[in-house]
Design a protein around this ligand. Structure first.
Ligand SMILES: *Cc1c(COP(=O)(O)O)cnc(C)c1O
Length: 391
């Protein structure tokens, strides 16, 4: 815990280094001593265009001069445009905007329960995956399969059944009359970057369809080009019923969404809302971001950068006898084979490189989607030195 009086008014929730971040540009973050860091965390896969991209600054500035808050009781132009753009680029028809991934997932739980009340005799149970992460509200913590959440803040919200990740038989065994939905991350992020395999996803989609069970994909981390497609479900050739978005969607500003097909979008007046839902300032950013990241050229470049990063990591893995490189697009992990993650990220930071270790034996790489090969080279170089030192 920080004992520096300078930070005493900040409520303790986690250990942070005794520095203040003051600036950022692209792949670089700068602290109050003027020190520059090469940032492969990017706000936890949030800054899909890096720090302070012109496109976001311009959208904020332009919209702020026009209209900041008309009230959620009225439509506004960026809200309407962004909803259209999301629907045009996906298999979905309806969008509800929120402010965080957890809030979008809360909305998904409520929408599934409402749909179950109307169409499935009050079925309300949602099957979710072990080690999944869906947010930090009480219901989304109850939904999450993260081990450390299981005994926290009891009693939990009931109605969630956990099964091992990507295990079709386990889903079948858990499903029953009360089951309204199965919810998962197409690539589990916080768990350590584990992609669901294609066979499982195809079987799951079939099973859900045949049994009148909704398929919900949490794409808060995997959406917006992160996996090399605009949305990760598009890697699998499936059409889910509900999708949630966040993180990369706002490229650094708080913007999230609950997205559904026409037949599932069944909220009646008064059942869902939120003061800032669809606020024009964030939606204006959202419009600029989706136009940028949905282009063929942009996604091609994400896949090239992914191959390049993967190659670099595989070389390190070979050199230091580490484990596999896994993931999709620019959400990649390097298995360290032993619990040296915390040590590695500490040593990397002291050398000006910001890395994340979601599990004690795993490093996760979430660069900006427009990362350049030179930045990848530099990261691999620093990590090479760190591994040399720690092995
Ligand atoms: C980060 C994350 C969330 C929670 O999003 P917040 O904006 O922090 O509430 C939910 N699901 C997944 C898969 C995430 O990675």
């Amino acid at each position: 815990m920080s004992d520096k009086s300078k930070f005493d008014s900040i409520m303790y929730i986690t250990d942070r280094p005794d520095i203040v971040m003051t600036g950022g540009r692209g792949m670089r973050l700068v602290d109050d001593s003027g020190r520059e860091y090469l940032d492969f965390i990017q706000g936890w896969a949030v800054n899909c265009l890096g720090h302070c991209p012109e496109l976001v600054i311009n959208a904020l500035e332009k919209q702020a001069r026009k209209l900041i808050n008309p009230s959620p009781a009225y439509y506004n132009a960026p809200m309407v445009e962004l909803a259209d753009l999301i629907c045009q680029n996906s298999c979905f028809d309806k969008v509800f905007f929120a402010n965080s991934g957890a809030e979008a997932n809360e909305g998904a739980i409520k929408l599934a329960r409402k749909w179950g009340a109307l169409n499935r005799n009050g079925a309300y149970e949602i099957i979710s995956m072990d080690n999944s992460f869906h947010g930090r509200t009480l219901a989304t913590m109850s939904l999450s399969g993260k081990a450390t959440f299981q005994d926290m803040y009891e009693p939990k919200v009931p109605g969630f059944v956990k099964v091992p990740f990507a295990d079709m038989q386990a889903v079948k065994n858990a499903a029953g009359d009360k089951t309204v939905a199965v919810m998962l991350e197409p690539v589990q992020g916080e768990a350590g970057v584990y992609p669901a395999d294609e066979k499982f996803m195809a079987e799951l989609a079939d099973f859900c369809r045949q049994n009148g069970i909704l398929l919900i994909v949490d794409e808060v981390q995997t959406g917006y080009g992160r996996t090399g497609k605009l949305f990760a479900y598009q890697n699998y050739g499936i059409t889910p019923d509900i999708m949630t978005l966040g993180k990369g969607m706002g490229a650094g500003v708080p913007l999230a969404a609950l997205v559904a097909t026409e037949k599932v979008a069944c909220f009646a007046a008064g059942e869902q809302g939120g003061t800032y839902n669809g606020n024009p300032l964030m939606c204006a950013v959202g419009c600029a971001v989706i136009k940028e990241v949905s282009s063929e050229a942009f996604l091609t470049r994400v896949n090239q950068a992914s191959d390049y990063l993967r190659e670099g990591l595989e070389k390190l893995s070979e050199k230091y006898a580490l484990g596999c490189v896994r993931g999709k697009g620019l959400l990649l992990a390097l298995d360290l084979n032993r619990s040296i993650g915390a040590q590695v990220i500490k040593a990397a930071m002291s050398q000006g490189l910001l890395l994340n270790s979601p599990q004690p034996d795993t490093l996760r790489f979430m660069p900006a989607l427009n990362v350049e090969n030179a930045d990848i080279d530099q990261m691999i170089d620093v990590l090479d030195g760190v591994l040399e030192q720690i092995k």
